[in-house]
Structures are given as C-alpha cells and as structure tokens.
Design a protein around this ligand. Structure first.
Ligand code: MD3
Ligand code: FE
Length: 203
C-alpha cells in the first residue's frame, strides 16, 4: 500500500519486508567496523539516538558542528561501503514513486532504544536538495513527527512500523521532522530497539 503524505512524500507500507534478513546482516557487518555511538551536538548535548554510517559519506556531529565526512572520526578510516542490499532497496523505493536513478552516497544508521528521540529539525547538510531522501524503519514502531516549513508549524503524528519505507523529495524535502520518544517494547525480530536507515545524496 502506498500512502501519499504530501506533494513529494510517500509512505510505502512494508516495502522493505522482503529484504529484512539482508538488511540485518548488512547492519551487523557495518557496526562490527564502525560501532554505534552517541554523538554530541554543537550545543553540547549528547544525542539519545546512537548512530553509525555506511557509504562514501557519513553524517557526524561534534562541538564544531554538523557535517558529512568521508572518514569515521572515531576510527580515522573510511566508513564501511554501502551494502548492495541497501543501495538496491533505496533505489527501488525511490523509483516506485517516480525518482528514477537515485544513487545514495550516504546511509545514516540510527538506533533507538526505548526513550530515545530525535527533536524537530530539518535535513539541510546535503549539497543537492533535489535528490530525495529514503528512510527505512526496522524493529519497534515509532511516532514520526511531520512538521511544516517553519519550526513552529503544527506537526502531524505518523506511525512508522517495521518494514515501512518513506520517500521524501521535492517540496517536502526541507520540512521539519522528528521522532517521539520510543515506547518500551520488544520487537519479535529486533528486540527492544528501532533501527532507521536514512539514504541521502549528500556530496
Ligand atoms: C522528512 N531520522 O536521521 S527518517 C534523520 O526515524 C532523521 O531516524 C528519522 O530524521 C528517524 O535526520 C526520520 C525520515 C526522514 C528523513 C529525512 C527527512 C524524514 C524526513 C527530510 C525531510 C522531511
Ligand atoms: Fe532528519
């Protein structure tokens, strides 16, 4: 089932379900090389979401700012390569709603334990805002907060479940968004966590 969220945003219910085993194997390989870590924001807060990356570029943050980097700052070496199962899924999801040829160079892997949240923000560290963003939700369900073009615009609450894929592009690309604190629970496959893959063309 395909649900239109806005002029440039689509929720593809369960789109990732057939490739969950490959995705989980790829995540295990990524975290064995570049472990999940809690980044510090420029304001000095430690994020409740744990992050790692795959691909040519990875999103990172410290007291100096947010940026994309080809190097994992924790290890001083490149991020793990984009797994083919990741690139293939992101490309197919984008194509399903009309973005042909999406070739992400960055995959941010977000891990939420119960209580972890992502406050309202815009994704504006990417060079090319014409490419869409593809996000894949795995594990415990989350309440996604879907705002407007201004921080103070009202937000819509949208449940995101295991296997859901969302494609955001065009006029919806710069909307404010966030994730409510993850509720306690245990997912049958992933246990007490949610993992979100966010694919971007960052460079
Ligand atoms: C809507 N991650 O990493 S993914 C992020 O569930 C982030 O971990 C959330 O927001 C998560 O930056 C949400 C969905 C998402 C990603 C980018 C967007 C939604 C978006 C950009 C514009 C509008
Ligand atoms: Fe975001």
């Amino acid at each position: 089932r395909q649900q239109r969220l806005g002029p440039g945003a689509w929720l593809l219910h369960g789109f990732a379900l057939p490739c969950v085993p490959q995705l989980l194997a790829a995540i295990a390989a990524i975290e064995a090389v570049s472990p999940f870590r809690h980044l510090v924001t420029p304001g000095g807060f430690t994020m409740s979401v744990a992050m790692t990356n795959a691909g040519e570029l990875g999103w990172t943050s410290d007291r100096r700012g947010y940026r994309y980097s080809a190097i994992d700052p924790e290890r001083g070496t490149p991020w793990p390569a984009m797994p083919p199962a990741f690139a293939g899924l992101a490309n197919e999801a984008a194509a399903a709603v009309g973005f042909e040829g999406f070739a992400p160079d960055a995959c941010l892997v977000n891990r939420y334990a119960p209580g972890a949240r992502l406050s309202l923000h815009q994704d504006r560290d990417e060079r090319d805002h014409s490419a869409p963003i593809v996000s894949v939700s795995l594990g415990l369900p989350a309440t996604f907060l879907w705002g407007g073009q201004a921080r103070t615009d009202p937000t819509l609450k949208l449940p995101l479940r295991h296997g859901d894929v969302v494609v955001w592009g065009g006029p919806d690309r710069l909307r404010f968004h966030g994730v409510s604190p993850l509720k306690d629970g245990a997912h049958a496959v992933l246990g007490p966590q949610r993992i979100n893959l966010t694919f971007r063309r960052a460079g």
